[in-house]
Design a protein around this ligand. Structure first.
Ligand code: PGA
Length: 251
């Protein structure tokens, strides 16, 4: 068994109407009841519209609740945004920040991502900070430096392995069915670990997740890599059987 307890995070993205979303949550609650000793921490991040009902269903189970984004400020005139404190108020324990879709769709810079991670810490949430290179950056040999710079720019001062999780998600592997080569994933995770040593005191305890087309049939190989401490799962997290099968590869 690995020294760091794996984290399997489901990112539902902008998917899930009331009926289907609560149905999915119900199926996960059922799997969790059958597998109370599963060797991973598990969190699901539904869309904001479903946080309250799904949170109610997860209460008392081994599955934690997370948001997909938060605003840096605790309250105020920010129409449409959600404060980290509001997520905590709904019993979230986690929040994803800096997902590549937010970096691309909303122009989020490393500085913005860092301020969101700071907001998460202020609210007592664990920030899952996402980093990852584009296909063009990988093709031009810049992937390691791009991701190391994102780590330096996005991880707040004072962060610890208790308050943040990193997620390496190559942009070109997200939702495409293209999975990074295990050797490339291993190299990147080792580089992230090395970078984080200069930033947080307990770098060896920090969990670094891989994300990007993780499925039941490739999860075991990826999760066996030394510095891969879990997965951030998009598409496959919308099917209870697939998500649970991924989590079960942790033992
Ligand atoms: P995917 O998404 O598993 O559908 O590739 C991963 C993510 O974006 O977190």
């Amino acid at each position: 068994m690995k020294a760091r307890r794996p984290l399997i995070a489901g990112n539902w993205k902008m998917n899930g109407f009331a009926v289907a979303g609560t149905h999915l949550a119900g199926a996960l609650v059922g799997r969790a009841a059958e597998d109370p000793d599963i060797a991973a921490d598990i969190v699901v991040c539904p869309p904001a519209t479903l946080l309250a009902p799904v949170g109610e269903m997860l209460r008392g189970t081994i599955i934690a609740l997370g948001g997909q984004d938060c605003h840096p400020e605790p309250s105020g005139a920010h129409t449409g945004d959600i404060a980290a404190e509001m997520l905590a108020d709904l019993a979230c324990d986690f929040v994803i920040v800096g997902h590549s879709e937010r970096r691309a769709d909303h122009g989020e810079t490393d500085a913005v991502v860092r301020s969101k991670a700071e907001a998460a810490a202020r609210a007592g949430l664990i920030a899952i900070i996402c980093v990852g290179e584009t296909e063009a950056q990988r093709d031009s040999g810049e992937a390691l430096e791009v991701v190391r710079a994102q780590v330096r720019g996005s991880v707040p001062d004072g962060a610890t392995a208790e308050s943040v999780v990193l997620a390496y998600e190559p942009v070109w592997a997200i939702g495409t069915g293209k999975v990074a080569q295990p050797s490339d994933v291993a190299e990147m995770h080792a580089a992230i670990r090395q970078e984080i040593r200069g930033l947080i005191p307990d770098a060896d305890a920090l969990r670094i997740l891989y994300g990007g087309s993780v499925k039941p049939d490739n999860a075991a190989q990826l999760l066996a890599l030394e510095d891969v401490d879990g997965a951030l799962v998009g598409g496959a997290s919308l099917k209870a059987d697939d998500f649970w099968a991924i989590a079960k590869t942790c033992g």
